[in-house]
Ligand binder design. Structure first.
Ligand code: NAD
Length: 249
């Protein structure tokens, strides 16, 4: 088992077809106790129950500092340590530059970028005391290629911000044996597009993917499992592309 007895927090893991849920499942199958943190308490609890015994479902908006601190305190009260954090919670919006309102900008930046910072700030003191930890940040191919898949420029900017934050944290906390790495998924079949992506567009995207298919949530989950486990013990500050070859650079 790759994560036997490890304590992992996965944010945004209540969504049934989502990357977070698939990641929580992959971690649980490898022996981890998983705290699922999402907006709706019942949905988070239900998702934790579906993983089996010994997991926890908690409500928190990752962009709200008080809620984040409270949720992390609950994880510590229950398990006493935190080995892995997956900053997965994210939202997107398909608009163009001139359509982005101040409200849109705040919403997209707050969840994707501020949320990653707040969650990391909440777990790092514990990981520092433990002298070990793995933080995984969900960025996007949109950060690397300037969007053009689904999300707007503010989403690309937020996810590029996640990459910068992740690399800076990797540099800062390496001495504490805290590894911080990012994943940049291509187009993964989840519900994040809210049914707004049409088949024609999807087929056009597939034509540009060397592996000839869209990604599945578990494709990303397995990359997260690698980064969470000791298999990646000498990796920090890396960006792992999980995109079927959509972007090779
Ligand atoms: P999803 O919509 O299936 O899941 C996102 C989850 O985040 C949901 O459970 C939602 O309730 C939760 N969430 C949203 N706002 C939150 C908040 N403020 N606090 C706590 N939880 C919140 O999406 P997904 O496709 O599984 O996306 C997961 C991550 O992967 C996101 O960060 C997304 O940007 C990133 N990503 C997805 C794709 C893709 O093609 N699906 C590609 C690249 C990156």
């Amino acid at each position: 088992m790759l994560l036997e007895g490890k304590i992992a927090i996965v944010t945004g893991a209540a969504s049934a077809r989502g990357i977070g849920r698939a990641t929580a499942k992959a971690f649980a199958e490898q022996g981890a106790h998983v705290a699922i943190l999402d907006l709706d308490l019942e949905a988070a609890r239900q998702a934790a129950t579906e993983l089996g015994e010994g997991h926890l479902g908690l409500a928190a908006n990752v962009a709200d500092e008080a809620q984040v601190r409270d949720a992390v305190a609950q994880v510590l009260a229950r398990y006493g340590r935190i080995d892995v954090l997956v900053n997965n919670a994210g939202i997107t919006q398909p608009v163009k530059t001139l359509e982005i309102t101040g409200k849109d900008y705040d919403r997209i930046l707050d969840v994707n970028l501020r949320g990653t910072l707040l969650m990391s700030q909440a777990v790092i003191p514990t990981m520092r005391e433990q002298k070990s930890g793995s933080i995984i940040c969900m960025s996007s191919v949109s950060a690397q290629r300037g969007g053009g898949i689904f999300g707007g420029p503010h989403y690309s900017a937020a996810k590029a911000g996640v990459l910068g934050l992740c690399k800076a944290m990797a540099r800062e906390f390496g001495a504490d044996n805290i590894r911080v790495n990012a994943i940049t998924p291509g187009l993964i079949q989840t519900d994040i597009t809210g049914g707004l992506m049409h088949d024609e567009r999807r087929h056009a995207i597939i034509e540009g993917i060397p592996l000839g298919r869209l990604g599945e949530a578990r494709d990303v989950a397995h990359a997260a499992l690698f980064l969470a486990s000791d298999l990646s013990s000498y990796l920090t500050g890396v960006t792992l592309d999980v995109n079927g070859g959509m972007l090779i650079h």
